[in-house]
Ligand binder design. Structure first.
Ligand code: SF4
Length: 158
C-alpha cells in the first residue's frame, strides 16, 4: 500500500531468503532414491518450497541431500563433496541408512553419516514417505530462518 513500510532485522531477512532458495545436491546411492524421486516430482513437488532445483556441482549447491546407504568405501567421496560446498551449507540425512546405518549393522556400512559430516536434519524411515521428506524440508527451512546470518562459519567438518 502507498505510504506503508516494513521493518525487520537483516538476520531475519537473510534467513527468510535463504530458506526459500535452496539449491540441492542429491547424493543418491540406494533404494531411498525412489522416494526422493516421488518427493521431487509433480505430485508432492518440492519446488513449492523453493527447493526444486538440483545442482550437480557441489560449489553451486547449499543443501546436501544424502539419500541411501553409505559404505566406508564411499565415505571419502561424500566427505569431499561436502568439503567442496561453500558456506552457508546444510546437510539432510534422508532415510534410516544415512541416519544410523539402518538395517545394515555391519562392518561395511557407515553407522550414520554424522560420523563423517555434520547433519542439520534427520529424516527417518526405510524409506521415508514423501510427506516425511517434506516435513524434514520444512524443519530445515525453520532452522535456516532461525540461523539468520549466524550460519556455520565456525562449524567445520573433521
Ligand atoms: S533406508 Fe531402507 S529404503 Fe532407504 S536406502 Fe536404506 S534400506 Fe534402502
Amino acid at each position: 500500500m502507498p505510504g506503508s513500510f516494513l521493518t525487520t532485522r537483516l538476520e531475519a531477512m537473510l534467513g527468510w531468503g535463504r530458506s526459500y532458495s535452496l539449491f540441492q545436491y542429491p547424493f543418491i546411492t540406494a533404494c531411498c532414491g525412489m522416494e526422493y524421486m516421488s518427493a521431487a516430482c509433480a505430485h508432492f513437488d518440492m519446488d513449492r518450497f523453493g527447493a526444486g532445483l538440483t545442482r550437480f556441482s557441489p560449489r553451486q549447491a547449499d543443501m546436501l541431500l544424502v539419500v541411501g546407504t553409505i559404505t566406508h568405501k564411499l565415505a571419502p567421496v561424500l566427505k569431499t563433496v561436502y568439503d567442496q560446498m561453500v558456506e552457508p551449507r546444510w546437510v539432510v540425512a534422508f532415510g534410516a541408512c544415512t541416519v544410523s546405518g539402518g538395517i545394515y549393522d555391519n562392518y561395511a556400512v557407515v553407522q550414520g553419516i554424522d560420523r563423517i559430516i555434520p547433519v542439520d536434519v534427520y529424516i527417518p524411515g526405510c524409506p521415508p514417505r514423501p510427506e516425511t521428506v517434506l516435513d524434514g524440508l520444512i524443519k530445515l527451512q525453520e532452522k535456516i530462518k532461525r540461523e539468520g546470518k549466524d550460519w556455520r562459519w565456525k562449524r567445520t567438518s573433521s
